[in-house]
Design a protein around this ligand. Structure first.
Ligand code: OSB
Ligand code: MG
Length: 382
């Protein structure tokens, strides 16, 4: 294939494999501790996993949707419905990934459902070729910087303790969740105690333009960025807010596609983009957004949905792309789970980096006993 093609253009020409069987398995894993945000407090990760079987190979992918529509409108329930009734019937061997994406384009939205299939088929393709996923994406291996997302805590003391642990682990940047009433004072407390750490905040859309003066107070703390301060649905108002703030804004919830990213950049609505591969419909659109945004001087990082080891591994492979120029929300498995469903888990090296799991595909193995222990639903689609 022509070496001049971009990695995504090359991927578009790869053939989609034959699917002998496809199963959806829902697991419900307890979190080590509740994860609090301005929109909800999660105590478990309920994940919709996809098992793809082809010519004796078995690979897995993960739909990043939650069972509830509190962070994003898609849920494990809507994803199951869209996958089963609309997307899977469009998957045929002999298609290229570009053609598959075009077919999926007929279904409006539902990026998390689309991503589960597209990523699964890309992982299958890499596994068939005997290469790691990042190599199929056209990227050499590199050590991935780590980042932690610290949920809302009951007290400043608990927050400081969590930050202290993360600093000791050498996380490359620390994000703390904020919400109205748990913002300026909390950030000040962390900043006073840790003057030099790379720190950012995520509001998950808790504020409105009426809170501009309050948000301006955050300019005093040398934050890397403020993630999604305004509505989950907004781009324009963020562009007005960005003009009032010195601190960079980062969009998460509002960005569902390359077109959204282009609109946000054209409007000056953010200086950083959090790319969640599920939220934007999969790895190929993620790479397009990353290229587009990095070429225009934006910060780009890979977000997380507190995934099991399957989705976590996908995010790690994606971040081999050099357009991901900031540490993302990729933390150690043990931050969320005592018992994950895969091996090996994610661990940080002494400098806080994450290494790419070796071997073909995503490089992690699903443990059948763990899967059975935590599964709450199973369904064969094909
Ligand atoms: O807003 O980035 C977010 C988790 C679930 C839903 C939304 C968000 C998050 C996180 C955690 O911040 C990211 C992670 O550690 O995977
Ligand atoms: Mg966020």
């Amino acid at each position: 294939m022509e070496p001049s093609l971009s990695p995504t253009a090359r991927l578009e020409q790869e053939p989609v494999g034959r699917l002998d069987h496809i199963d959806l398995i829902t697991v419900k894993l307890p979190f080590v501790a509740p994860f609090g945000t301005s929109v909800y407090v999660w105590t478990h990760k309920e994940a919709l996993l996809m098992r793809l079987e082809s010519g004796g190979l078995i690979v897995w992918s993960e739909c990043v949707a939650d069972p509830d529509p509190f962070y994003f409108h898609e849920t494990t329930g809507t994803a199951r419905h869209i996958i089963k009734d609309f997307l899977l019937p469009l998957v045929e061997p002999g298609l290229t990934f570009g053609e598959l994406e075009a077919r999926f384009g007929h279904v409006r939205g539902h990026g998390m459902a689309k991503a589960a299939i597209e990523n699964g088929l890309l992982i299958l393709r890499a596994t068939e070729k005997g290469i790691p996923l990042h190599e199929l994406l056209g990227r050499p291996a590199r050590k991935i910087p780590s980042g932690l997302s610290i949920g809302l805590k009951d007290s400043p003391a608990e927050l400081l303790a969590a930050v202290e642990k993360a600093v000791a682990k050498k996380y490359h940047r620390i994000k703390m969740k904020i919400k109205k009433g748990q913002d300026v004072d909390r950030v000040r407390a962390v900043r006073e105690r840790f003057p030099d750490i790379k720190l950012m905040v995520d509001a998950n859309g808790d504020y409105s333009l009426a809170d501009t003066e309050r948000l301006k107070q955050l300019d005093a703390f040398d934050l890397m960025m403020i993630e999604q301060p305004l509505s989950y649905h907004d781009i324009y108002q963020h562009s007005l807010l960005q003009k009032e703030l010195r601190t960079a804004l980062c969009l998460d919830e509002s960005i569902h596609s390359l077109d959204d990213a282009a609109a946000a950049i054209a409007l000056g609505a953010c200086r950083v983009i959090n790319i969640k591969q599920g939220r934007v419909g999969g790895l190929m659109e993620s790479m397009r957004i990353a290229r587009y945004a990095a070429d225009r001087g934006l910060g780009v990082w890979s977000g997380g949905m507190d995934e099991t080891g399957i989705g976590r591994a996908v995010n790690i492979h994606l971040q081999t792309a050099e357009e991901f120029n900031l540490p993302g929300d990729t933390s150690e498995t043990s931050i969320y789970f005592n018992e994950d469903i895969v091996e090996p888990g994610v661990v940080l090296d002494p400098e806080g980096y994450i290494s790419i799991p070796g071997g073909a595909g995503i490089g992690v193995k699903v443990l059948p006993d763990r899967l059975m222990k935590w599964a709450i639903h199973m369904e064969r689609l094909r």
